[in-house]
Design a protein around this ligand. Sequence first.
Ligand code: ZN
Length: 118
Amino acid sequence: MSDDDELTADRLVALTLALEQRRTELQRALEATRDDSRPVELELSIGRLTRMDAMQQQQMAAALRQRLETQLAQVQRALGKLVEGSYGQCASCEEPIGMARLLVKPEAPFCVPCQASR
Ligand SMILES: [Zn+2]
């Protein structure tokens, strides 16, 4: 592991702040899309095409929310690892994930090779 990959105190603080900000953003996005993913009411007096549109939009919103929830879970796991002191370690091979990757994606649970092989 090179010095560039070292998780210094300053870097941990910066990554913690980045993760907390990410968590807030994801929570807001989930809040904002909550109504969009409600099932379309069938008795709604709208035309068939409009209803199909609405259902398609609802499915897209549901897929988006699922992605947001997955990301939020990763962010929360990463914050938990920061508390435990195991942050920055790949969840698969237990090697350091590497600073370059963590700076881009602080919630990344896997190192680049492990992520690529999944
Ligand atoms: Zn790995």
